[in-house]
Design a protein around this ligand. Structure first.
Ligand SMILES: NC(=O)c1ccc[n+]([C@@H]2O[C@H](COP(=O)([O-])OP(=O)(O)OC[C@H]3O[C@@H](n4cnc5c(N)ncnc54)[C@H](OP(=O)(O)O)[C@@H]3O)[C@@H](O)[C@H]2O)c1
Length: 288
């Protein structure tokens, strides 16, 4: 009998993590899925063995990996999916709020990967799929810290993929566009909002909520994760879904001004008619 490949997916209580864990299980993986509170699971997760994990906590990471290795003896694939958004202007974001986002979205991935790499090196095999975002290559307004965390994740993943290839390990980033999940409800807003940003921020928030509601089915993202984990020669980047593929092409080939205008329009931000400075600060001009 051929042993099943073992996958560990973080954050399976909802959304992309849940869809990915379910799909991997249906396609023959033995799947361990993590939640911070497994007792609060919302509906059955067919074929998925639940493990407690908070990616912000070193001991929780160690204990999660111990549990999976004790039960399965190996981990062939890690899907770093756990993450959340912060919708806020950069000026109204506190350093603590920014650090919290990085603690989960970036250092959470670092913790999981660093703890698992010695095992994967010993196995001489491993696949890591990090769930990034379109915002990992295309920053958007009022999601600056989230975009920064995903850019950091993309840089980290690309470097890591170079370093661990010699051990039979490959790393990919999956870049979903708006996807119909609980990310809006689970996201954070600025704790100390500034009135100056209120109207633009609220317009962006409405646009994001609407885009998530009309977004891709998370199953579509799950199938892209599946492709990255099972391809003989995985790519580094996988834009997931139609919108993400289109934006990835635009980012690479379209003039910057076109993208800038398109983004501002999508998020309902007004573009000033002219970007000239006001007359009294123009260099070399007399103030009337
Ligand atoms: N939905 C989108 O439009 C979209 C687009 C691009 C990228 N993404 C990315 O896709 C990933 C999944 O998001 P989603 O849309 O599926 O959102 P979601 O429905 O809110 O799911 C997020 C998952 O992350 C887990 N999580 C959050 N903080 C955690 C922590 N500290 N430790 C362990 N698990 C934690 C949550 O689990 P518990 O709270 O149960 O522990 C939950 O299962 C994220 O990395 C997100 O950035 C989403």
């Amino acid at each position: 009998m051929i042993d099943k490949k073992v996958a560990l997916v973080t954050g399976v209580s909802s959304g992309i993590g849940r869809a990915t864990a379910t799909l991997l299980s249906r396609r023959g993986f033995r799947v361990f899925g993590t939640m911070r509170k497994p007792s609060e699971i919302n509906g059955p997760l067919e074929g998925v063995e639940l493990v407690r994990l908070d990616v912000r906590d070193e001991e929780s990471v160690r204990s999660c990996l111990r549990t999976v290795l004790d039960q399965a003896g190996r981990i062939d694939a890690l899907v770093n999916n756990a993450g959340y958004t912060l919708i806020a202007s950069l000026e109204e974001t506190s350093i603590e709020e920014a650090k919290d986002v990085f603690e989960t979205n970036f250092f959470g991935v670092l913790r999981m990967s660093q703890a698992l790499l010695p095992i994967m090196r010993e196995q001489g095999y491993g696949r890591i799929a990090n769930i990034s975002s379109v915002l990992g290559f295309l920053p958007a307004p009022y999601q600056g810290i989230y975009a920064a965390s995903k850019h950091a994740l993309e840089g980290y993943s690309e470097s890591l993929d170079h370093e661990v290839r010699q051990f039979g390990i490959r790393v990919s980033v999956i870049e979903p566009g708006f996807t119909r999940t609980s990310i809006g409800q689970n996201g954070q807003l600025a704790g100390q909002p500034l009135v100056a940003y209120a109207s633009d921020r609220n317009r962006v928030l409405d646009a994001i909520r609407e885009s998530i509601a009309k977004g891709e089915d998370p199953v579509r993202v799950a199938s892209v994760v599946m492709e990255a984990l099972t391809s003989r020669s995985p790519r580094l980047r996988y834009p997931a879904g139609r919108e993400a593929k289109f934006l990835s092409l635009l980012r690479r080939f379209a003039p910057a001004r076109l993208l800038d205008n398109g983004l501002r329009k999508q998020f309902g931000l007004q573009t000033p008619r002219s970007s000239d400075p006001p007359p009294d600060i123009r260099l070399g001009e007399k103030v009337p």
